[in-house]
Design a protein around this ligand. Sequence first.
Ligand SMILES: Nc1nc2c(ncn2[C@@H]2O[C@H](COP(=O)(O)OP(=O)(O)OP(=O)(O)O)[C@@H](O)[C@H]2O)c(=O)[nH]1
Ligand SMILES: C[S@@+](CC[C@H](N)C(=O)[O-])C[C@H]1O[C@@H](n2cnc3c(N)ncnc32)[C@H](O)[C@@H]1O
Ligand code: SF4
Ligand code: SF4
Length: 333
Amino acid sequence: MKKTKKTLQDNYGRTVEYLRLSVTDRCNLRCRYCMPAEGVDTVSHTDVLSYEEMLRVVAVAVRCGVKKVRITGGEPLVRKGIVGFIQEMTSISESVEVTLTTNGILLADMAADLRKAGLSRVNVSLDTLREDRFKQITRRTGLQKVLEGLHAAEAVGLTPLKINMVPIRGVNEDEIADFARLTLDQPWAIRFIEFMPVSGGLEYTPENMFPAAEIIKALEKVGKLVPELRQGPAGPARMFHFPDSPGHIGVIPAVSEHFCGECNRMRITADGRIRPCLFSTEEIDLRTALRRNASDAELEEIMRNAACAKPERHHIGEKDFRQGKRRMHGIGG
Ligand SMILES: Nc1nc2c(ncn2[C@@H]2O[C@H](COP(=O)(O)OP(=O)(O)OP(=O)(O)O)[C@@H](O)[C@H]2O)c(=O)[nH]1
Ligand SMILES: C[S@@+](CC[C@H](N)C(=O)[O-])C[C@H]1O[C@@H](n2cnc3c(N)ncnc32)[C@H](O)[C@@H]1O
Ligand code: SF4
Ligand code: SF4
């Protein structure tokens, strides 16, 4: 009898193949658009999934058809033992791509070990190229460390390297051109992401969100933008490049032109909740099942139900949109 391949299907014809796994909600920075300065609500150590529990979740997800796992946080590189965890995760299956999103502060010291552990590439978040502004935005110092991290990641082959920049009006939107110019001599993808209403600090308003249309206008002042054809599985970025430049430019219109129709992802928080959508107010508890040693079949069933709970799209900007309780550092982006 022919065996049918398992997949995670939602109710809108989409297949979940990409898992964003948050390994911690803690961070060594305090970006204003993500976390409050103080009094951060964090999950207690006993509530956070152990690496062993996370490996089990990933193994089950891979059996359900997940092909890509992105490790995120908080700051994933601050969790003790992360390199060994990645090594074990990359041994689960050769067919799964393991990637990581980081603020880059610890990357220079860890890049070589991460590569050896089997990590395929990294995305680095950086919102300014100015030291004084870095301190303003992240409430910490460290721009040089991040820049060293980018070069170290490239040197060990954690490529193609992507840089995520969130332009916010009145904060750093005047640096869009400086970031874009990096692509003239670096083979990096610089992606500009719309500010989203999951901030834990700086309040999101329709006025300070710098929309994709304005990002593109700012980019066009640097040079002619050549659109790139979409390749491979759906991703949120619209890609461009400047003629003859080695790098790429992406615009992620998360709010203004949502890409939910092509959504292929689910999130798992550090405390073991599945979030069917970045903006979900509903979460599905996986931890309780893990801790009562539920069978793989039960865990698969929970994941399938979570996929079915994916909403068709987000409702930002509509009158019934409500921000959930979790901030971005507790979701993982
Ligand atoms: N609205 C929305 N935003 C997303 C989604 N996935 C990622 N983002 C945002 O896009 C930004 C970049 O995400 P990354 O962590 O670099 O991951 P990615 O863009 O999926 O990475 P690639 O695999 O390199 O394409 C983050 O700020 C995320 O919050 C999504 O499904 N919906
Ligand atoms: C929550 S962070 C976690 C990983 C890591 N600490 C980092 O900064 O890359 C993941 C992504 O979310 C983005 N992010 C955080 N808050 C955001 C917001 N309110 N709107 C848009 N993007 C946001 C960050 O810029 C980052 O690229
Ligand atoms: S965006 Fe990333 S680096 Fe900045 S506070 Fe949030 S989790 Fe930390
Ligand atoms: S907003 Fe939700 S449904 Fe839309 S792309 Fe993001 S995660 Fe998917």
